[in-house]
Design a protein around this ligand. Structure first.
Ligand code: NAP
Length: 510
């Protein structure tokens, strides 16, 4: 068993007091323990603000891009070790582990390539300048500059690699130092990744600190130049929004929360067509990848009444092929849920959904004597589904078929009942249907994947978060925004207007 340490104020520090156990979810063995008790959290913040921040702000975008590239390379070089940790502590299959870890290194590399293109600039101009009076010299223009505090990142348990480094990539390129806190249950992988970066001396001092455990009184000391980026449940997000920093010091907070993402099959879809198969493929992937523990996973499947029986039959046949078990065993295609409490939530959640929808495949009965294994479950709801189908996220391999009349208006209404989601996908070749539906979907979702026959074999999947595109959705999805290429930097920067002699200002700030 390994004891994790915090990396703070330039050194590895062991917590004190009571240690929390981290488990192998396939065997229930304790594999690590951790604590952050006793840390000087105010000192951690000061170190980021006074050591890491100034070091980054001295650098151009191109130089910061060099840091990201070096991070990506150092982590990729040790990929096999990291995959093993993800299997032991995260219950990930090799494929799932790669999805998380390669997602981290690819996002770092992507932001490195964006930074290189910005060259030796240190600020980002926002639009062109406007002449404000009759004088051709007196102009106004907007500029983005890095905030001078610390960026505190709090992440969910399901993506200990990608979640940590997709946030870090945009933050470091923007010019802010990071204090990252992974979810305790899966913190071992993040710890190993930070250890690599420290061993390889990839980053200047103070740019990256790691807390493995609770945040103590850290959040009470956040000020107006600090930011808090949170990913996790809507309940924790709401609590953090009401904290001292966001309420009293206007500390910026970005919340990436849960959502009831939908897939919509159009009224024109023919069973067995290319567009239909793209839908079926995506649905199966979203139910089973990472055992359904993905914030973007499809939870609601809107299917025209005429297609429901054939789709259900096809999905059942696919789910029947899933082999649930210890990800280190041969032939296993889906690992366990991450923790005992996730398993309990899955069982409670399916029980709740089954009060208003019929279980058409699977059950929540124990799969094995040991381990937090969960079988895939498919439900089917009548009459558009009740309250729970549209509001209760079961964070596991669970989705509900919702038959609808095939009209764009009904589909839009049903999707909107999710209260705002991260991602939605729609499968159709009917231009009139798509034309009516798409504006509605875009208003209620942070990202919409449209699949017609021309892109059915090349489209990225429903749940695949790409650094080029916005990640974050309105309403219950948290109202946040991450990634989206350079848009992702804006949360970590201040946009201000500057007025004066155009030539002088542009020379000073360039
Ligand atoms: P969670 O229980 O809300 O925890 C998320 C993070 O918040 C963990 O690091 C947790 O630390 C920390 N935390 C909890 N209470 C805190 C407090 N009072 N102060 C400071 N930190 C606190 O969520 P989870 O179970 O890890 O993740 C599952 C949920 O995340 C799902 O609902 C999923 O949909 C959502 N999610 C959303 C996205 C997205 O991008 N929108 C991505 C992934 C997951 P400890 O672990 O130490 O308690």
């Amino acid at each position: 068993m390994i004891r994790l340490k915090n990396y703070v104020q330039g050194q590895w520090v062991e917590g004190s007091g009571s240690f929390r156990s981290l488990y192998n979810p396939a065997t229930e063995e304790v594999v690590a323990e951790t604590s952050s008790e006793g840390l000087d959290f105010q000192g951690v913040l000061s170190y980021a603000r006074e050591v890491g921040g100034p070091a980054l702000r001295k650098m151009s975008f191109e130089e910061r891009a060099g840091l990201l590239k070096a991070m990506s390379r150092a982590l990729y070089a040790r990929r096999e070790e990291l995959i093993e940790v993800a299997r032991v502590n995260g219950g990930n299959t090799r494929k799932d582990a790669k999805f998380d870890i390669d997602g981290a290194t690819a996002t770092l590399a992507y932001y490195a390539s964006l930074g290189r293109k910005l060259g030796d600039a240190k600020i980002l101009w926002d639009g062109e300048s406007d002449q404000l009076t009759q004088s051709a010299r007196f102009h106004g223009r907007h500029a983005w500059l890095p905030l001078q505090g610390a960026a505190v990142h709090i992440n969910a348990f399901n993506f200990p690699a990608w979640g940590t480094f997709e946030k870090a990539a945009a933050t470091i390129l923007a010019g802010m130092p990071v204090i990252t806190k992974p979810a305790t249950s899966s913190a071992w992988l993040t710890y190993e990744m930070v250890k690599i970066l420290v061993e390889e001396e990839v980053l200047p001092e103070g740019v990256f600190q790691l807390i493995v455990g609770g945040t103590g009184d850290l959040l009470d000391h956040l000020g107006g130049q600090d930011v808090l980026a949170f990913t996790g449940s809507a309940a924790t997000g709401a609590k953090l929004r009401g904290g001292k920093g966001p309420v009293s010091a206007s500390t910026r907070i970005n919340v990436e929360a849960d959502s009831l993402n939908a897939a919509v099959l159009g009224p024109d879809l023919e069973f067995g067509s290319d567009t239909y198969f793209a839908a079926q493929r995506n649905i199966v992937t979203e139910i089973t990848q990472k055992a359904g523990q993905k914030c973007t996973a499809i939870r609601r499947i809107l299917v025209p009444e005429s297609l429901v029986d054939s789709l259900q039959e096809a999905l059942v046949a696919e789910l029947d092929r899933v082999v649930v078990g210890d990800p280190r065993a041969d032939g296993v295609t889906m690992g366990p849920l991450a923790t005992a409490s996730q398993l309990q939530d899955y069982r409670d959640g399916v029980a709740l959904l089954s009060k208003e929808a019929t279980v058409v495949y699977g059950s929540t009965e124990a799969v094995a004597d040991k381990g937090y294994f969960a079988a895939p479950v498919l439900l089917c709801a009548d009459n558009g589904g009740g309250e729970a189908v549209h509001s209760h996220e079961v964070f596991g391999p669970v989705a509900t078929l919702i038959p609808y009349d095939g009209s764009a208006a009904t589909a839009a209404d049903l999707v909107a009942r999710g209260g705002g989601s991260l991602a939605c996908s729609v499968y159709s070749n009917d231009k009139a249907f798509l034309g009516e539906l798409l504006p509605e979907l875009l208003t209620h979702n942070g990202r919409v994947l449209v699949v017609d026959k021309k892109v059915s074999d090349t489209a990225t999947g429903h749940g695949m978060v790409l650094p080029q595109l916005n990640h974050g959705g309105p309403g219950r999805a948290g109202g946040g925004a991450e990634l989206g290429a350079l848009r992702g930097l804006q949360f970590y920067m201040q946009r201000s207007a500057v007025q004066g002699n155009k030539a002088l200002i542009e020379r000073i700030l360039s």
